[in-house]
Design a binder for this molecule. Structure first.
Ligand SMILES: Cc1ncc(COP(=O)(O)O)c(C=O)c1O
Length: 481
């Protein structure tokens, strides 16, 4: 035994503190409804409560947990509160959290198959499971020409898809020589802003990202897409990529993938389908019609970290032709060479995304799928959709309010008929109250409130309370105006 002082946490200390942390999380889950959903702190308040300089000497773990309670919790917006109805959800669950903890415990860096075969093979396996769980085309299976990979976010998946499309269209010349400003990509005016960022990073250029017009339901018009492609081709440009969305962020609009896909096939364009939140609904066969035509997609992604109880971050991305993706992103420096890679018998996921290093994210996804089973997941997705549909019924039946867009799943876009100021005031007051958290969008130039049911523990009583609070605030404004 060496007498040398170690600053490390021993396995016994880790066990003790680990139990305390798990207890803390379990307590947090049971008292989560007691906190204001939207953090009420002012800018700078959290930093002002922290010491100006780091500790010279290590502190007790108890002190750390106490500070989480007193200094950090006030600055938390409670995404896991059942009264969280803002944005799209970012839900989590016990099995997901524990899977993530195990991933940290193993501390694996799975850049190559050989740096932890289980990290690669479990991921391939779970993504193949999901192909059948979601009714996706078989070409996405690893046993076929395609395969799936876990990315951090839908933004990264879109960037990888666009890069592969760029290389496909230029016969891999732009990787060597850079872009020449003639490549064009297409999305709708409602497509998530990550596509704009992808166009910037991929060297397509934002001016070469065409935002195609949408119909009255905020879905892309395939005829307008076809017209724009013709115009660009006549101008000597090179169309290469289309992004269609299953469930836009603003209003959950469903782009008609079958028709868009036909246009893509006609012009040999890469079709990427972004189903970031709503893809989870495909777990239930009755919602799969929303992505009819998905068999025409070259790539597809959804975020289990949004609506499938798998804590952030976890994006599942599939390609129909893995060779195109690998050829786009593969570089093999000497120091990464190894026999397994040379044999060609393994997947090295470092070739499937931007970064080299990667965490063991499939563990948490595997835990979630095995804990809930397909039936458990379907049960909760159906329940969320039912609750949102019930809410939209209440809105429809109240003459002071109107529905602002179709609500095919779990997002309801609605507004008070009194105009933007009233809607803004209702939202601000609700969010300040801490009782619930809602966010907004603009549809046809009008401020619109969005209520998205997707938090793991949201039940009927939470949605009922939300509607009660919304109508209470509306009534207060009506009597004062
Ligand atoms: C349709 C859609 N695509 C992409 C994204 C970006 O998601 P991420 O944070 O995973 O990049 C979102 C986020 O809400 C989204 O709604």
């Amino acid at each position: 035994m060496s007498d040398e002082k170690s600053f490390h946490m021993t396995p016994d200390e880790f066990r003790r503190h680990g139990h305390a942390v798990v207890d803390w999380i379990a307590d947090y889950q049971s008292r989560i409804e007691s906190f204001p959903v939207l953090s009420q702190v002012k800018p700078g308040q959290i930093r002002a409560s922290l010491p100006a300089s780091p500790p010279a000497q290590g502190e007790s773990f108890d002190a750390l947990l106490k500070d989480v309670e007193h200094l950090i919790l006030p600055g938390i917006t409670h995404w896991q509160s059942p009264n969280f109805f803002a944005y799209f959800p970012c839900n989590a669950s016990g099995p997901g959290i524990l899977g993530d903890l195990l991933s940290s415990g193993l501390g694996v860096q799975g850049m190559l198959w050989s740096t932890s075969p289980a990290c690669t093979e479990l991921e391939t396996h779970v993504l193949d499971w999901l192909v059948s769980m979601l009714g996706l085309p078989e070409k996405f299976l690893s046993s076929n020409t395609g395969g799936g990979v876990i990315q951090d976010t839908a933004s990264s998946a879109a960037l990888c898809a666009l890069l592969a499309a760029r290389e496909h269209a230029t016969h891999y010349a732009s990787n060597r020589k850079g872009c020449n400003g003639r490549l064009v990509a297409y999305a709708s005016t409602q497509t998530h802003s990550s596509l704009e960022k992808a166009a910037m990073i991929a060297g397509i250029g934002v001016e070469n990202l065409r935002l195609v017009e949408v119909d009255d339901n905020f879905a892309m018009r395939p005829a307008a897409l076809a017209r724009q492609i013709d115009t660009d081709k006549r101008a000597g440009l090179v169309p290469c990529f289309v992004c269609a969305t299953v469930g836009t962020t603003s209003s959950n609009a469903m782009d008609p993938i079958a028709e868009i896909g036909k246009v893509c096939r006609q012009h040999n364009l890469w079709l990427h389908v972004d189903a970031a939140m709503s893809g989870t609904a495909a777990l239930c066969p009755e919602f799969r019609h929303l992505q009819n035509g998905v068999e025409l997609a070259d790539s597809y992604n959804f975020n289990p970290h949004k609506w499938m109880f798998t804590n952030f971050d976890c994006n599942c991305f599939w390609v129909a032709d893995r060779k195109a993706l690998i050829q786009t992103l593969s570089i093999l420096p000497e120091y990464l060479r190894n026999q397994a890679t040379e044999s060609g018998a393994v997947i090295d996921y470092r070739d499937w995304h931007i970064q080299l290093g990667r965490r063991f994210r499939s563990l948490k996804l595997w835990f979630v799928i095995r804990h809930y089973g397909v039936q458990g997941l379907q049960y909760h997705i159906r329940r969320h959709v039912q609750l949102a549909q019930q809410f939209s019924e209440w809105v429809r039946n109240d003459s002071r309010f109107e529905i602002a867009a179709p609500a095919p799943l779990n997002l309801v876009c609605f507004r008070h008929k009194g105009g933007d100021v009233i809607n803004q005031t209702i939202m601000d007051r609700l969010n300040r109250s801490g009782d619930l958290f809602l966010t907004h969008t603009k549809l046809n130039g009008k401020l619109t409130l969005r209520l998205c049911v997707g938090q793991t523990n949201t039940q009927a009583r939470h949605v009922e309370k939300a509607w009660k609070r919304i109508t209470e605030e509306a009534a207060k404004l009506e009597t004062t105006s």
